[in-house]
Write a protein that binds this ligand. Structure first.
Ligand SMILES: [Zn+2]
Length: 334
């Protein structure tokens, strides 16, 4: 073999056997692609077949993604299943636009808006050049930022915070499961940040479990539950009741429209009527939902780390399809 050919052959050998011959830049264990574990699902000790059906649907839908889900009975606070407790209750994340539910209720309760009030979005929104004039239903459906910024600025952070706490943010839910994060709701927000905080929940941290109890309270007539991993039937434990003057029913149209015409539309092609609110920001995605909309069997909050609201609603869509079947007969929304 001529010297040049020999050199080429040696170079080829080094390339082919590169893993062993070439000096490693990083230890082999770090170079190998890490395989995430499959979703872990937690149930009550004697879970019902229905609990397991819902929990297994969540396990299957999540796969190996960095995601979590909580399914909760909104009428009793009984936890049906928790998928990936780390992402569902041990870690708290920015609630993004799910926080708009708090601001909507605060604005309604404080008289800053009625469901019919039209505020104008003429820029500074995720949709250029803005949504134009819109009411609460449409603002929730399309998750319009300026609409909720204006409400926050009108009533001030102190009032937004008060309703956030009433809805369970910033304190542990009291679930009988270890490691729950209390999340975070700031006491003080600089006036110039109140708008941004009101539209995106910046500086706020919540768990999927907290958002599940929040959504449950808005659909069950105002009871904020202490969620329990318990066998059915359960003795419900209320943390408190929301003030009766809080106009919870005013959210119903927004919840329905987010799914039928808004931010979560792509995830739902079944006849099942689902209500919900998406959230997308800072590399996380949420879908806080319930079904069937007319009388919810369960509240489902899905969270995707490294995703957005449409990924989270697609995840919820996969769970609902598995549980109710693709051709479920529609239950008309109220
Ligand atoms: Zn807008």
């Amino acid at each position: 073999m001529r010297p040049l050919r020999a050199a080429l052959a040696l170079a080829l050998l080094i390339v082919v056997g590169g893993a062993t011959l070439a000096p490693a830049a990083t230890p082999p264990t770090q170079r190998r692609k890490r395989v995430a574990p499959a979703a872990q699902v937690v149930y009550a000790p004697h879970a019902t077949d229905r609990d397991r059906q819902i929990g297994e649907a969540a396990r299957k839908a999540i796969g190996r993604r960095a995601a979590g889900a909580v399914a909760l009975d909104p009428w009793t606070g009984r936890v049906i299943a928790i998928a990936n407790p780390r992402h569902a209750l041990a870690n708290a994340y920015q609630p993004c636009s799910v926080f708009k539910l708090v601001v909507a209720l605060a604005g309604l309760a404080e008289g800053a808006i009625t469901p019919e009030t039209r505020l104008t979005c003429d820029g500074g929104c995720w949709m250029w050049p803005g949504h134009g004039p819109l009411d609460l239903r449409r603002a929730l459906a399309v998750s319009c930022n300026p609409y909720f910024e204006q409400i926050g600025e009108r009533i001030g952070w102190e009032k937004v915070e008060r309703y956030g706490r009433l809805l369970g943010l910033g304190s542990p839910t009291g679930i009988n499961y270890r490691g729950e994060s209390p999340g975070r709701l700031p006491d003080v927000v600089r006036p110039s940040y109140v708008g941004h905080t009101s539209s995106h929940g910046a500086g706020v941290r919540s768990t999927a479990l907290q958002l599940a109890t929040l959504v449950a309270a808005t659909v069950n007539g105002g009871t904020l539950w202490e969620p329990q991993l318990a066998n059915a039937p359960v003795t419900p434990r209320a943390r408190w009741a929301l003030p009766p003057e809080l106009p919870l029913a005013a959210l119903a149209d927004g919840y329905a429209s987010a799914v039928s015409e808004g931010s979560a539309r792509a995830a739902f092609e079944t006849d099942l009527v689902v209500g919900g609110k998406t959230g997308s920001c800072s590399g996380v995605g949420w879908f806080a939902s319930f079904a069937p909309a007319a009388r919810p069997e369960f509240v489902l909050v899905t969270f995707v780390n490294g995703g957005n609201g449409s990924r989270a609603s697609a995840l919820a869509g996969a769970i609902y399809r598995e549980v109710y079947g693709a051709g479920t007969t529609a239950t008309p929304a109220p």
